[in-house]
Design a protein around this ligand. Structure first.
Ligand code: PEP
Ligand code: MG
Length: 844
């Protein structure tokens, strides 16, 4: 490609052209950000002025940049001071990393709203990579969107003289003080200052690094207030650069900031983070220990290869070794959730698109490492663009696998984490495979900035019994390694350098919990009966045979939810009849003919896509083709699953459960198919058929569903997200998306009432059933079965034994009348400690 070919930029908007000098904002008129043109817009959609990749897209969608293949970077900034609108009035139509064509719509904006709420609507188009340009057209002051506007003449790239670089100097960790992070204005000031030093300067945020002389690269880091960043520099003026830029960053890069946040503490300094940070409990428990910050390694990668054959061989070797390592890890963890993750990673290694992309780059003369990294990053960016939380998680998996192979190609050893006894890991985010590999003998718990309480990482943490918090504020990343912290996941708190008294208090609580756990374990084989003799079935939520075996050893009375989709995910073809039947059969045999086995049919869809079920992109996958809706669209998939489930008839008390049912017609169609399959197989007895109550419509119509089902099982995770209109994985909403909200409890009450009237049983298989605090309410509402996370079986059974059903009924009625989830929690908290003196007495 000729990188110096002149490039034409189209007008991104219709409007009146103005020179930059007349923009009433010195950051733009002085050209600190870059030279370009200003448009006073008359249209309301910002379009791409050139083809390329979206290099920056502020969360607030008021600024976006496009980088052409030849390196020309063009930044568009809609309005002045619009960062303060925090996204209001803007709707972005693209995502970071997406490839766009010239003229493609990028951002819609509401001109009236912006004109009223921001300083100005004047929109800038700036060539921030610094190439010279000339104005096209006839000199008219009005321009139509899409008309040719500027002609840019890219310059030859000057290679960096690596030999001159010298060693790299790092600043201390610095906390970004700017209210809106390093958005265009402060980023421009910072980049401008960095350009003044003869040094190669990078700005780092966690794993990501950016050329500090590039405005776009800095903006692409998407820093937020409170983020911890670090500056590195190499070259003759490295030391001076670090000193000056540290100061500049902490003073707000030209923006007024509150008293500069002090940098991260050293062991002897006072901590710059508050003494107590709040988060959301991802896995219960508490631990006292030392901080170990987890950041992934930055790998040095040469772009140019040493010959096609050599590089191809290096890639093949890296892939082979990664495959072997993943297989070994999978075998070690056989039957567990961890094993499924390692298997999924092997599938990624064999992904043909990924391999083709990497090979094509090697053929172009790139190194194996460069080719592999580019291919994995491109696919990860694609996953992220699709706007689904689950695909974004797959992007994390891809990054994870990508890094594994890269290290093997480069011969880089994994950063051995220096783990003291009782380490508390702190990370922006842990990947599922990192979590699955944690050494629980040295790690006492972990804390992450991202993630939700229902994410894979949280599920794994609970399976490992590690207390953990997610959604903790960014300053946690500035804690020094070795800082003493008290992780109180039960109360959603992380105490930094806690008082000895607090530590002792929590340790005493832990000791009581340990004793209690011991007692619960000893009694786990006994039935769960209330003090006044009411029996409740406590069964298990499982995803694998190993879970079932563990559940049995912990006193599980059956399987209330077999999440069959785990068999279907992360593979190129659906599991065949025999593979499915083998799992259901093994589970059923483990349970035996006296215990319930509730197999949930495939619950996938927009949010958990299957490679072999192509689906159109959905704007709201949680409201799209999920669960039974997808299965009825692909009846063959459901029929095959019915057949495989029916193959274990007689081995356990077989129940089939349909997820996401919303309409009676869905239940009727599925029942008809099941009946046909039962007849086809000549079975004498059909299994029980029930539905999950996880859509408010089904709860509200439970009286009409009840006569046609054998049972209901309430999926409080989805029921809560749909009732409260809060994404179950949303980190900021995690504390509000509470299943104890009275609205959710009212839907449960209604469901139980309808089931009772028709003599059907009701279980709860959502995470609410695994919360000891919720047990009396669920019993009081009349729930017959609690299907819980495997490790919590003994605790939930013990909890049932502490209550009188009559007390539970009173409490449940009171809970239904509360105004908020907090009030319900307060009510239950009071009663849990006062109404169960017998328990406390036993603990002391
Ligand atoms: C639920 O929604 O509560 C449930 C148990 O299903 P899942 O968490 O698998 O969506
Ligand atoms: Mg669900």
């Amino acid at each position: 490609m000729n990188t110096t070919q002149p490039l034409q930029l189209l007008a991104p908007l219709s409007g009146v052209l103005m020179p930059l000098d007349s923009v009433p904002d010195p950051v733009f008129s002085s050209r600190v950000v870059g030279d370009g043109i200003c448009i006073d817009p008359t249209s309301q959609t910002l379009c791409a002025p050139l083809s390329g990749v979206i290099g920056t897209l502020q969360d607030s969608a008021h600024a976006v940049s496009v980088t052409a293949d030849n390196g020309v970077q063009v930044l568009m900034h809609i309005g002045l001071d619009t960062v303060n609108l925090a996204g209001k009035g803007f709707t972005s139509r693209v995502t970071m990393g997406q490839r766009v064509e010239a003229g493609q719509p990028l951002i819609d904006f509401d001109a009236d709203y912006i004109a009223l709420h921001a300083r100005s609507l004047l929109t800038l188009m700036l060539v921030v990579s610094g190439e010279p340009f000339s104005l096209l057209g006839d000199g008219a002051s009005c321009i139509e969107s899409g008309a040719p506007l500027l002609r840019v003449c890219p310059a030859e790239q000057r290679p960096v003289d690596e030999a001159q670089q010298g060693s790299v100097v790092f600043s201390k960790p610095l906390i970004v003080p700017n209210e809106s992070g390093l958005h265009a204005r402060p980023a421009a000031v910072f980049a401008q200052a960095a350009k003044g030093f003869d040094a190669n300067i990078q700005l780092h945020k966690q794993q990501a690094g950016a050329n500090a002389k590039s405005l776009v690269a800095i903006m692409a880091l998407q820093t937020a207030k409170g983020d911890s960043v670090q500056i590195s520099a190499a070259g003759p003026q490295a030391g001076q650069a670090i000193e000056a830029l540290e100061h500049l960053l902490l003073s707000g890069c030209g923006e007024t900031v509150q008293a500069p946040l002090t940098p991260a503490p050293t062991v002897t300094d006072e901590p710059s983070v508050p003494g107590r940070l709040r988060g959301v409990c991802a896995s219960p428990g508490s631990a006292f220990g030392e901080v170990v910050q987890v950041a992934s390694q930055v790998l040095e990668i040469e772009e140019a290869g040493g010959g096609i054959e050599v590089e191809q061989a290096a890639l093949d070797q890296g892939l082979k070794q990664a495959m072997q390592a993943l297989k070994a890890l999978q075998n070690e963890a056989e039957g567990s959730v961890q094993a499924q993750i390692f298997r999924a990673h092997q599938e990624l290694l064999e992904d043909p698109t990924l391999l083709e992309q990497a090979q094509a780059l090697i053929t172009e003369g790139k190194s194996a490492a460069f080719a592999w990294r580019t291919a994995t990053e491109a696919s990860a960016a694609l996953f992220q663009q699709l706007g689904s939380a689950l695909l974004a998680e797959r992007a994390a998996d891809l990054a994870d696998v990508g890094q594994r192979v890269l290290k093997l190609i480069l011969g880089v050893q994994d950063n051995a984490w220096n783990l003291p006894e009782r380490s508390i890991l702190v990370a922006e985010q842990l990947t599922p495979s990192q979590t699955a590999s944690l050494d629980t003998s040295r790690i006492a718990g972990f804390v992450t900035v991202g993630g939700g309480a229902t994410s894979h990482v949280a599920i794994l943490a609970r399976a490992l019994g590690l207390p953990s918090l997610c959604g903790v504020a960014h300053p946690v990343l500035a804690l020094d390694n070795g800082t003493r912290v008290l992780l109180d996941a039960d109360n959603g708190e992380l105490h930094v350098n806690p008082d000895q008294a607090l530590v002792e208090q929590l340790q005493a609580t832990r000791e009581r919990q340990r004793q209690r756990h011991q007692r619960d374990l000893e009694q786990s084989a006994q039935a769960a009966r209330t003090l006044d003799g009411h029996r409740v079935e406590v069964s298990a939520n499982v995803g694998s045979l190993r879970d079932v075996e563990q559940a049995m050893s912990l006193g599980g009375e059956g399987v209330g939810l077999l999440r069959s989709e785990l068999l279907y995910l992360d593979r190129a073809h659906p599991p065949g009849h025999d593979e499915q039947a083998a799992l259901y059969g093994a589970v059923a045999r483990t349970l035996g003919p006296e215990r319930n086995l509730v197999v949930r049919t495939l619950d996938v869809g927009g949010d958990k896509p299957l490679a072999y079920v192509p689906m159109a992109h959905e704007a709201n996958p949680f409201l799209g083709m999920r669960g039974i809706r997808l299965c009825l669209e692909r009846p063959q998939l459901l029929r095959e699953q019915f057949r495989a489930i029916l193959a274990c008839s007689g081995l356990a008390r077989l129940h089939i459960m349909l997820p996401m049912v919303t309409q009676l017609a869905e239940l009727r169609l599925a029942r008809q198919m099941l009946d046909e399959e039962v007849r086809h197989l000549g079975l004498e007895q059909a299994p029980k058929l029930g539905i999950m109550i996880e859509v408010p419509a089904a709860a509200l119509m439970a009286d009409l569903f009840a006569p046609e089902v054998d049972f209901f099982s309430i999926g409080t995770n989805d029921l809560t997200q749909y009732t409260l209109a809060m994404d179950r994985d949303h980190p900021q909403l995690a504390s509000q998306a509470d299943s104890l909200h009275p609205s959710v409890l009212r839907l449960i009450a209604r469901t139980v009432e309808a089931a009772r009237a028709h003599g059907k049983w009701v279980g709860v298989c959502g995470a609410l059933a695994s919360e000891p605090l919720a047990v009396p309410v669920l019993l009081g509402l009349g729930v017959d079965e609690l299907s819980v996370s495997v490790p919590l079986i003994p605790a939930i059974k013990a909890c049932v034994r502490e209550w009188n059903l009559s007390e539970c009924r009173t409490l449940a009625q009171q809970a239904l009348g509360q105004e908020s989830a907090e009030q319900v929690r307060d009510l239950l908290g009071i009663h849990s400690s006062t109404a169960t003196p017998a328990t406390l007495a036993m603990e002391h």
